[in-house]
Write a protein that binds this ligand. Structure first.
Ligand SMILES: [Zn+2]
Length: 316
C-alpha cells in the first residue's frame, strides 16, 4: 500500500461526492477510463466493416460521450478519456467538453489499428498525429496512451520506446490475462517500466486466484456478467491495497445503436448484450467506489519493477 493512494476528505481538488467516499472508508481512489471510439470502430467488427466506410456510417460517439459526462458529473467522478484521433478530428467539441469538465485527455492513437499490424514508422505517425490533434483541441498536454485492443505484446515491445520518444509518460496497454483477441498473462499486474525510459506501463486490473489472473477492469466482462462479480473483484483488489482501472466505451450505453450486419454470433453477443443495463450499472459502480483520473491515481506511485527486471519478463 502506497501512501499516495490514501486521500482524505480535505483533498482540496476533490469533488464532494468522491471526498465523502474516501472519508467514509472507501479509501482507495480508482481510475475510471473511457476509450472514446464509435460502435463501428471496434475490433470485433473489423472483418465486416471496412475502415473506409467509417465516414458514411451514422456517428453516435458525440452524443454517447456527452451522456457519459453527465453520468460522471452526477457522481462527481473524474476520469481519463483515451480518445481516438479520428474522433477528435471530427468532433472537436466533445474533446473540449471533456477537458473543460476536469477530466484527463489521453490518446487511443489515431486510426484504431492494432500495433502488430503496423510498422514502427506507421505506429509513430499514428500516435504523433493523435497526440498533436488532442493537444491542439484540448489545450492540455497528453501524457497517457492506450493501444487499440491492448495490442502491445512481446513482438511489439518497441512501441514503448516510440511512445516515450513522442512524449508520452505512461501507457495502459497490457491486460495480463489469457483472452482470444488480446492479453499477456505473464506480464506484471502492477505498474512497471517496460523500457529504458521513465515511461510507465500501467496494466489493466486483474484478480489472482491460484496461479491464474482473472480480468477485473470492466470491459465486456462488466456488461456480460452480473454486477456483483465485478464489485467483488474491485473490492478484493482494493482490500489488497491496490487501485483498480475500469474501462468502458461510449457505445456501451447506447442500446439504440445501428446493428452491424454480417458479424459473427460471438461478436454480436459480446457487443450487444446488456447495453440497456450499462448506464445504471456504471452509476452504481461510481457510487460504490471512489474514482479519479489515471494521472492522479498512478503517476505519484513509484514503479514496482525497474526496466532491467521487466526486460527479463518481456525480452526484446
Ligand atoms: Zn479501442
Amino acid at each position: 500500500m502506497n501512501a499516495a493512494h490514501l486521500r482524505t476528505a480535505g483533498d482540496a481538488a476533490r469533488a464532494p461526492g468522491v471526498a465523502a467516499k474516501l472519508a467514509s472508508g472507501k479509501r482507495i481512489l480508482n481510475a475510471m477510463t473511457v476509450d472514446v471510439e464509435d460502435y463501428f470502430q471496434v475490433r470485433a467488427f473489423a472483418g465486416v466493416l471496412d475502415r473506409g466506410s467509417w465516414d458514411q456510417l451514422p456517428a453516435r460517439v458525440e452524443a454517447n460521450t456527452n451522456r457519459m459526462l453527465e453520468i460522471f458529473a452526477q457522481e462527481g467522478a473524474k476520469a481519463t478519456f483515451f480518445i481516438l484521433g479520428w474522433v477528435a478530428e471530427r468532433f472537436p467539441k466533445v474533446v473540449r467538453r471533456i477537458a473543460a469538465s476536469g477530466h484527463e485527455i489521453a490518446s487511443h492513437g489515431y486510426a484504431h489499428q492494432n500495433i502488430d499490424t503496423q510498422t514502427q514508422a506507421e505506429f509513430r505517425d499514428d500516435i504523433k498525429r493523435a497526440k498533436a490533434l488532442l493537444e491542439d483541441i484540448g489545450g492540455t498536454a497528453v501524457r497517457g496512451y492506450r493501444a487499440p485492443t491492448f495490442s502491445i505484446g512481446p513482438k511489439t515491445w518497441w512501441a514503448y520506446d516510440i511512445l516515450a520518444e513522442e512524449g508520452h509518460t505512461y501507457s495502459s496497454s497490457i491486460y495480463p490475462i489469457a483472452h482470444d483477441l488480446y492479453g499477456m498473462p505473464n506480464a506484471p499486474r502492477t505498474p512497471f517500466q517496460p523500457a529504458a525510459s521513465a515511461l510507465l506501463e500501467i496494466p489493466m486490473t486483474t484478480v489472482r486466484y491460484g496461479k491464474r489472473n482473472f480480468p477485473a477492469s470492466g470491459g465486456g466482462y462488466f456488461r456480460l456478467l452480473p454486477y456483483g462479480v465485478s464489485r467483488r473483484a474491485f473490492a478484493r483488489v482494493n482490500r489488497e491495497g491496490s487501485p483498480c482501472i475500469f474501462y468502458c466505451h461510449p457505445w456501451e450505453i447506447d442500446p439504440g445503436q445501428p446493428r452491424v450486419a454480417g458479424a459473427s454470433l460471438k461478436s454480436r453477443l459480446r457487443h450487444y448484450t446488456n447495453l440497456g443495463l450499462m448506464e445504471r450499472r456504471i452509476s452504481r459502480l461510481l457510487g460504490d467506489f471512489a474514482w479519479g483520473r489515471m494521472d492522479e491515481v498512478f503517476l505519484t506511485i513509484p514503479a514496482v519493477r525497474t526496466a532491467d527486471e521487466s526486460r527479463a519478463i518481456c525480452p526484446r
